[in-house]
Design a binder for this molecule. Structure first.
Ligand code: ZN
Length: 274
């Protein structure tokens, strides 16, 4: 029997058994197919969300669902813009429908807690809407009791200030321009080094974008790299540090929001990590 925490690796019988014995907690990685400059792959957000989800699932005795690969439209002030080639996005209504459907599906499988682990800034509110619709629907079906509890998190919200100081040595440019920059590139160097080409990093100053949006997008406002800040300071060691600290903080937060799975999971954990 596979000991993998990833749903894609499991047969249906093992999946059902592990869901029942593993605290009934499912983590859904959510990414995007989005340009991340010349040095990172288009699926960077999916790869990072899935990797973080895997670490959390191992720590909590949970399962990782097959990821939501595509995400909501890239916006110029947070992801370079949806006009750039390679970036392949969903409409908001599709994103909402996917989040709603998956929450209902995992509830049908017997999950009692579903965590959406977001790796792409623009997804958040649409995931929220889909999850809100599903949890309300489930709660009505169960006569007001929570049919399923859901949690939404974007992993970078769990990077603390001390880690930022260590990684950026006082030159953190702000989350709004961290697209294809030091954070994502360092994490990728640590997790999927074969997919990073540091020789192709374009070392440009952070993007200076207005505090408003204009549509259609004025493409000249996006830096030529497609990234909003430089990845020149990225390193494997920074990636290791970021992953370790972030997953520890996230594990604690999920354990606090959903105390039961971590408390009742000694058996499941020993089965998953022999
Ligand atoms: Zn990204």
């Amino acid at each position: 029997m596979s000991t993998s925490v990833f749903m894609e690796d499991l047969d249906a019988f093992t999946y059902r058994e592990r869901l029942a014995t593993g605290g009934r907690l499912v983590i859904v990685p959510v990414g995007s197919v989005e340009q991340h400059g010349p040095h990172l792959p288009l699926t960077t957000d999916v790869l990072l969300a899935r990797a973080v989800s895997g670490r959390l699932a191992e720590a909590l005795g949970a399962l990782v669902a097959a990821p939501i690969v595509y995400g909501y439209k890239s916006q110029q002030r947070s992801g370079g813009g949806n006009h750039l080639g390679g970036t392949t996005s969903l409409d908001a209504t599709t994103m909402i429908a996917i989040a709603r459907s998956l929450t209902l599906e995992f509830a049908r499988h017997g999950a009692e807690r579903v965590v959406f682990l977001n790796g792409h800034f623009e997804n958040y509110q649409f995931l929220y809407e889909g999850v809100e619709l599903a949890t309300t629907e489930l709660s009505l079906r169960t006569g007001g009791g929570p049919g399923v509890e859901a949690m939404l998190v974007s992993y970078w919200d769990f990077v603390d200030d001390a880690t930022l100081d260590e990684v950026y040595a006082g030159s953190f440019p702000g989350w709004e321009v961290e697209h294809g920059g030091v954070l994502e590139t360092s994490l990728m160097l640590h997790l999927c080094p074969q997919l990073v080409d540091l020789g192709r990093v374009m070392d440009l100053p952070p993007a200076e974008l207005p505090r408003y949006d204009v549509l259609p997008v004025r493409s000249e406002l996006t830096p030529a790299s497609g990234c909003l800040s430089s990845a020149a300071r990225a390193s494997k060691e920074a990636g290791r540090l970021l992953l370790e600290r972030t997953t520890a903080a996230l594990t604690e937060a999920i354990g606090r929001a959903f105390p039961e799975p971590s408390r009742c999971n000694d058996v499941a954990l020993s089965e998953i990590n022999p």
